[in-house]
Design a protein around this ligand. Structure first.
Ligand code: SF4
Ligand code: SF4
Length: 384
């Protein structure tokens, strides 16, 4: 019987042996690999958000990927590694992602890098928001799924960890549609919870050896946290991981959505953890405040109420903000913007805020970190 919901174990650095020992230590108390049997195919949904080197801390470190592959192979299972980052979900782009992110190393341990880029339309009647969606078929073909995520800040959702990782089951070019379908933070978060629940990973592992703070999920700053986390419930793992970087359940839209559905307790005190998470807490971790559209309805209906909501939303809502000194005018932000809110003028992006849906795709995919999460002056004064 599993006594713990989440397990946390120290891991100081990415040496192969050190990571493997830490992984064994973090999995043992939760019997994390008991579901694995010889001959089964395990799909490892790795966070490979973009073609970025492991040192950037944007993607799961190859040492962690290799360690779980070795443990699966030990048990006689096949391991398939994959993800669908933003961009064209096809072999040429994923080849670059695998190369740059260091995934080739896992092949040496017998893993397969996913080369099935087919998509299927799935239905999920139990979903709250996403009852039908396109899905990366490879993961559906696996006998079991492992969620291998990274602890990072996220411009729109505040945190990306176990649950947000499953946005990578939506084929890359279809992702912008989802931002349009679910522009409100609460709806987007519920959609992510739906994707997680549909995928039903048997095990979640978080690489928090080095996380990302600040302008995440791709252009933030690597920050040592020094541990691995594991659990069979990704919502609970997220709640514990969020606590390490100073975020509570109510600060993270996916956790709020999960709590409303009873998938995670309202308070982390209700989660049994093996290990002492407070050892790894980083009190000055630079977080970003998640977008929250719940405030937009505080003043009610009618013209005065709507006007007040509009003003409140302009003050409360984070927005994409350009750092012109870092911008090289490549136009990638305009290409990925699902709302077509960005046009290049005189070689620099110009954002039409009235059209912007606050998805932060521009911030996520800017290769120079020139697009940031901006705050209204009042919110900055309040320290939010
Ligand atoms: S993607 Fe970044 S560097 Fe490129 S134009 Fe947009 S802000 Fe500038
Ligand atoms: S400007 Fe940026 S945040 Fe706004 S809709 Fe476009 S990509 Fe999303």
């Amino acid at each position: 019987m599993n006594m713990y919901d989440v397990s946390v174990a120290p891991c100081e650095e990415y040496g192969d042996q050190q990571v493997e020992s830490a992984l064994r230590a973090v999995l043992e108390p939760i019997h994390g690999l008991d579901f694995v049997h010889p001959g089964m195919t395990v799909g490892i949904k790795v966070n490979l958000v973009s073609a970025m080197k492991p040192e950037s801390a944007a993607t799961v470190h190859p040492s962690v990927v290799c360690a779980i592959v070795r443990l699966l192979r030990e048990r006689g299972a096949e391991a398939v590694i994959g993800d669908s980052p933003g961009g064209i979900y096809a072999a040429p782009y994923l080849k670059v992602v695998y190369d740059v992110c260091g995934m080739r190393k896992a092949e040496a341990f017998g893993a397969k890098l996913n080369d099935d880029f087919s998509q299927e339309e799935v239905t999920f009647p139990d979903a709250v928001r996403a009852k039908q969606f396109p899905y990366t078929a490879w993961l559906g073909k696996a006998d079991a799924v492992i969620d291998l995520c990274k602890l990072k800040t996220h411009g729109m959702m505040g945190l990306t960890c176990a649950v947000k990782n499953f946005f990578g089951t939506i084929p890359g070019t279809k992702k912008p549609e989802f931002h349009y379908r679910f522009p409100r933070a609460e709806d987007f978060a519920n959609m992510l919870v739906d994707l997680y629940e549909y995928s039903k990973p048997r095990l979640c592992i978080c690489d928090a050896v080095v996380g990302m703070e600040g302008n995440g999920p791709t252009q933030g700053t690597p920050r040592k946290i020094g541990c691995l986390l594991a659990g069979t419930n990704g919502h609970m793992l997220d709640a514990v991981a969020a606590g390490l970087i100073g975020l509570g359940i109510q600060d993270v839209p996916t956790l709020r959505a999960a709590a409303e559905r009873g998938l995670v307790p309202e308070d982390t005190a209700g989660i049994s953890v093996c290990g002492d998470p407070s050892r790894f807490a980083v009190p000055d971790f630079k977080t970003v405040q998640a977008q929250s559209s719940v405030f937009f309805q505080i003043f009610g209906s009618g013209i005065p109420g709507k006007a007040a909501d509009f003003v409140a939303s302009r003050i409360l809502t984070p927005f994409p903000k350009l750092d012109p000194t870092a911008c090289v005018g490549c136009g990638k932000c305009a290409q990925v913007c699902p709302a077509k809110a960005i046009k290049l003028q005189d070689g620099k992006p110009k954002i039409k805020r009235s059209v912007c849906i606050h998805c932060f795709c521009c911030q996520e995919f800017c290769p120079k970190g020139a697009m940031r999460v901006g705050r209204h002056a009042i919110m900055r004064m309040l320290g939010r």
